[in-house]
Write a protein that binds this ligand. Structure first.
Ligand SMILES: [Mg+2]
Length: 260
């Protein structure tokens, strides 16, 4: 496999390039410096592009880019709500999403989310996203995000069945988006807007929310801290499960697929 065969690496942020709260990442700052070098090389055209694919919003991507450098390419924000180029501030909203869908989505969320917060006081409603809802589990004790997911799926069974909302989770958060918005439809928009050949892509994620993105990329990989479900998905695709965590694991996956 030649370097030229990879045109872009699509990398999740939380749990991948950014450690979850309270988690210590190995050689993290050296890794960020290396990532910063790759972004600079990508911007000058001498390296494949780096794109982030995150459940978080534009401002979050902008903030992380202030640290590691601004990739001059579209990133997928809010799990597919739109594409955002942190270098140019260009934004493209997912055209599948109508005003009517947004209205219904907000109604459902404003009803269901307070119930979830009441049942699980250690969940926090993430403030910042324009559309997508994220409930972060802050030190759940005996409660796991899987418990929260199961309850949410029951609570939201009707709007899920009506294909009004899409529910997924990461290792530390529940992600609720309008059904037409997920990392899969986000990737479809990404290909339409960038003209990137899907065969020249590597996707890196660490949890359930990244599996829709994996469907749309050619090569897949994950850092060592990925969920069991995610690692199995990577192995099933003959991908690369790194022995390294977080940013070091992501760099390892990128290098693995770029090796001549
Ligand atoms: Mg993640």
């Amino acid at each position: 496999m030649k370097m030229a065969e990879i045109a872009v690496a699509i990398v999740d942020l939380n749990g991948c390039l950014i450690p979850d709260k309270g988690v210590k990442a190995t050689n993290y700052f050296q890794g960020l410096e290396e990532l910063s070098g790759l972004i600079e090389a990508a911007n000058s055209g001498s390296y494949p592009k780096i794109a982030f694919c995150t459940g978080r919003e534009r401002a979050f991507v902008r903030g992380f880019s202030q640290v590691v450098g601004y990739p001059d390419f579209y990133s997928i924000v809010e799990s597919g709500y739109g594409l955002f180029n942190p270098a140019t501030e260009e934004f493209v909203a997912n055209p599948n999403l109508t005003e009517e869908m947004i209205k219904e989505f907000k109604l459902v969320c404003n009803e269901a989310i307070p119930l979830l917060l009441e049942k699980y006081p250690m969940l926090r409603r993430y403030v910042g996203n324009e559309i997508a809802e994220a409930l972060d589990l802050i030190d759940g004790g005996q409660i796991t995000i899987d418990d929260c997911f199961k309850t949410a799926r029951i609570l939201l069974a009707k709007p899920i069945a009506r294909r009004l909302i899409y529910l997924t989770n990461t290792t530390q958060a529940l992600d609720i988006t309008p059904a037409v918005v997920n990392k899969e439809t986000g990737m479809e928009l990404f290909y339409r807007e960038t003209g990137i050949d899907p065969k020249k892509t590597v996707g890196i994620g660490d949890s359930k929310g990244d599996l829709p993105m994996f469907k749309k990329v050619h090569f897949v990989g994950c850092p060592s801290g990925a969920t069991q479900e995610c690692k199995e998905a990577v192995r099933a695709r003959d991908g690369h499960v790194s022995l390294f965590d977080h940013v070091q694991g992501c760099l390892d996956v990128i290098y693995h697929f770029m090796k001549a």
